[in-house]
Design a protein around this ligand. Sequence first.
Ligand SMILES: Cc1cc2nc3c(=O)[nH]c(=O)nc-3n(C[C@H](O)[C@H](O)[C@H](O)COP(=O)(O)O)c2cc1C
Ligand SMILES: *[C@@H]1O[C@H](CO)[C@@H](O)[C@H](O)[C@H]1NC(C)=O
Ligand SMILES: *[C@@H]1O[C@H](CO)[C@@H](O)[C@H](O)[C@H]1NC(C)=O
Ligand SMILES: *[C@@H]1O[C@H](CO)[C@@H](O)[C@H](O)[C@H]1NC(C)=O
Ligand SMILES: *[C@@H]1O[C@H](CO)[C@@H](O)[C@H](O)[C@H]1NC(C)=O
Length: 367
Amino acid sequence: MRYSLITATLASGVFAARPFLNEPDTGIVDALGASFPVGSLPDIKNMNYTYYRNGAGGEWSYRNNLEVYNRYRFKPRMMVDITKVQDSLPTSILGHNFSAPFYISPCARADYAHPEAEINLVKGAAAAGILYIPSLYSHLPMETIAENAAENQTLFAQLYIPNNDTQTQTYFDRAEKAGYKALVWTIDSPGDASRQRAARFDVGSSNVELTRNTWEDLEKYRSMTKLPIILKGVQTAAVAKAAIEHKVPAIVLSNHGGRNLDGSPSALEVAIEMYQEDPTMFQKIEVYADGGVRYGSDALRLLALGVRAVGIGRPFMYANAFGQPGVEKVAQILKGELIGDSANLGVPDLKKIDAEVVNWTPNGWYS
Ligand SMILES: Cc1cc2nc3c(=O)[nH]c(=O)nc-3n(C[C@H](O)[C@H](O)[C@H](O)COP(=O)(O)O)c2cc1C
Ligand SMILES: *[C@@H]1O[C@H](CO)[C@@H](O)[C@H](O)[C@H]1NC(C)=O
Ligand SMILES: *[C@@H]1O[C@H](CO)[C@@H](O)[C@H](O)[C@H]1NC(C)=O
Ligand SMILES: *[C@@H]1O[C@H](CO)[C@@H](O)[C@H](O)[C@H]1NC(C)=O
Ligand SMILES: *[C@@H]1O[C@H](CO)[C@@H](O)[C@H](O)[C@H]1NC(C)=O
């Protein structure tokens, strides 16, 4: 922080002119063009793409979610035997075993990419051995999604909990009956979001009422269901600490992919705040995180602080334009990157990655 005055002065001219790359130009579009027959690229119409891509307000939190990882450079360890790192990819999430420390975040409206909608996501997750958390606002009912699950597949159900307890009880009962193993209560959007990019196509937020989300409600909801309740959308160390005090089994650090409150922090910034306050918080509660995770190296920064699993939203939604194979491909690429990146970082066991492999002094224009 002591750099702030100097860098602010130096950066002021540069910053205004700095272009924002929506996605880094990796040349992937050309590569796809070469290896796919012409016409086989996904036909995601502007409205559909815009609904997925959209962020709130000026989309600064959306941008920050993507850019934050590169503010923290690695300190790669050399001369380490990393040849067994792939054995450390499998992990457990709330006691359920999965093949990798990442999962499909809950995203509404999978029909915007593919007519089979969430069926591709649930089957793709089964084939990849990863967790899928269907959104309450999925195109298909939660029962239909669960019916398409593999026999031994674990699903958690994302819920927005309304002010009406009768309706809430119905959601809880449906999720239990359909075989979901946990409820993921999204607490980061009690109000409406201003989604201006999406509003142009009338596919902005549909939050109709101000929603009461309190610790008293949590106690009440626990008496209404047998399922464990996870909190999604924790954005400060203080709320993480309160979750531990309230014996919440797991939290998701998330700003909803930058879709709700513009200016809300990225999951990595919240994880850093928690780590600085008390690194043992990550042992006292299972911590998951999402937002802007696009590469294995992004995920490694979160895992380094003690995050147990990372969620991926948009990449799976976009990939669903290719159906189930697209979903599986994202999982396969990310597994490969986690293995390769941790090897290059000198981390032989993903479960033992620690905060020392990252230089936590932010580089660039932001410190
Ligand atoms: C199209 C779309 C719809 C979403 N719908 C929901 C939802 O219904 N419930 C929820 O808790 N989060 C929802 N989210 C937020 C995601 O669960 C997740 O927090 C976010 O997408 C992670 O950021 P990423 O897309 O950059 O990976 C949605 C995100 C997107 C992109
Ligand atoms: C989950 O994995 C652990 C450790 O690898 C193993 O001991 C346990 O039997 C597995 N549980 C299930 C239900 O497969
Ligand atoms: C866009 O979404 C609409 C609404 O579900 C759907 O009918 C349409 O087929 C989608 N377009 C594409 C190209 O997937
Ligand atoms: C789930 O079942 C399939 C076959 O239906 C099997 O191949 C796979 O190993 C099982 N996975 C777990 C985690 O038990
Ligand atoms: C609460 O939900 C139930 C079931 O959906 C409905 O019948 C009832 O009218 C609702 N109550 C209020 C106050 O809106």
